[in-house]
Design a protein around this ligand. Structure first.
Ligand code: GUN
Length: 285
């Protein structure tokens, strides 16, 4: 079987086009959406991510407020900034780029964000609402994975889905979204036994472990759908996912490339969440 490529760039472009129209509606009714971005320290990867988020925001007309703080910023100072942004009526969404430097209490900072402005969907209240099946903000990467599965018309009801990775940012929320889509879900992690067997039984594989090409193509069930969240840079400079792409693509019915799969969706879903927040402020939803 030759897999259908789930093109994240194309899917994100569609979402961003819709976003542009939604922003215009917000502007007509008052103030357009605004995202506050908080970046602490000088982690190069975080700087790249933040720059692309801000660039895409500008493209669709979402205003951004940049808060760059030195690596030695303390928890109290960050909490004060988050509280000020919570109280600022012009700010619809707050994004605190992770990871925060060592020594900062990340949990406390994420919990301090007003859940109504938590466009990352990491606040316990938003994670709880997701668990209950009544989500307010769904974390951007899991949301992007679900949109890619929908674009590929992948049948989830009754399907065996395997999520590799149990992070709060990706693995846990996506497992929940798949359960709500009526899939039978297994979550695998570093202590899982017989991983190859688990993979070979799955109709849908979501890989979010951050280990280059760890999931071998030969493990993939014939006809399975594969969503690869991993973005790993090899010593050669080449970017690869968590799945051995070429071999997996020979067996899968649908697969996301790396780069150009889940990555662009994460940013598009973030901006969609910011616009959701603005629409709620304006009583449009
Ligand atoms: N660091 C890596 N991914 C993310 C994300 O989705 N949101 C935030 N805030 N930080 C991240």
């Amino acid at each position: 079987m030759s897999a259908r490529i789930l093109d994240g760039k194309a899917c994100a472009t569609e979402l961003l086009q819709a976003a542009t129209g939604r922003v215009a509606q917000c502007v007509v009714r008052g103030a357009g959406p605004c995202l506050a971005v908080v970046l602490v320290g000088d982690d190069p990867a975080s700087q790249v991510y933040v720059r692309s988020k801000e660039r895409k925001a500008a493209e669709v007309g979402v205003a951004t407020r940049d808060h760059r703080l030195p690596a030695n910023t303390g928890t109290d100072e960050l909490l004060a900034l988050v509280r000020a942004l919570n109280d600022d009526p012009q700010v619809d969404g707050i994004l605190v780029q992770l990871p925060l430097p060592r020594g900062v209490d990340s949990e406390a900072v994420l919990r301090a964000i007003d859940p109504a402005k938590d466009v990352d969907g990491f606040h316990p209240e938003n994670l709880g609402l997701l668990m209950l099946g009544t989500p307010r903000f769904v974390a951007c990467t899991p949301q992007g994975c679900m949109r890619l599965l929908a674009m590929g018309e992948v049948k989830l009801a009754g399907a065996r889905a395997l999520v590799l990775g149990r992070s709060t940012i990706v693995g846990k929320p996506i497992a929940q979204l798949l359960v709500q889509a009526d899939a039978t879900v297994t979550v695998a992690h570093s202590r899982t036994q017989a991983l190859a067997e688990e993979v070979s039984r799955a109709d849908v594989v979501i890989a979010a472990i951050g280990r280059p090409e760890f999931i071998r193509g030969a493990w993939i069930k014939e006809g399975a759908a594969v969503i690869d969240v991993g973005i790993n840079r090899l010593a050669s400079g080449r970017l690869v996912g968590d799945v051995e792409y070429a071999a997996a693509a020979e067996r899968a019915s649908a697969i996301t490339p790396v780069p150009g799969g889940v990555g662009p969706m994460t940013i598009a879903c973030l901006l969609s969440n910011v616009i959701d927040a603005a629409e709620r402020r304006l009583g449009l939803r």
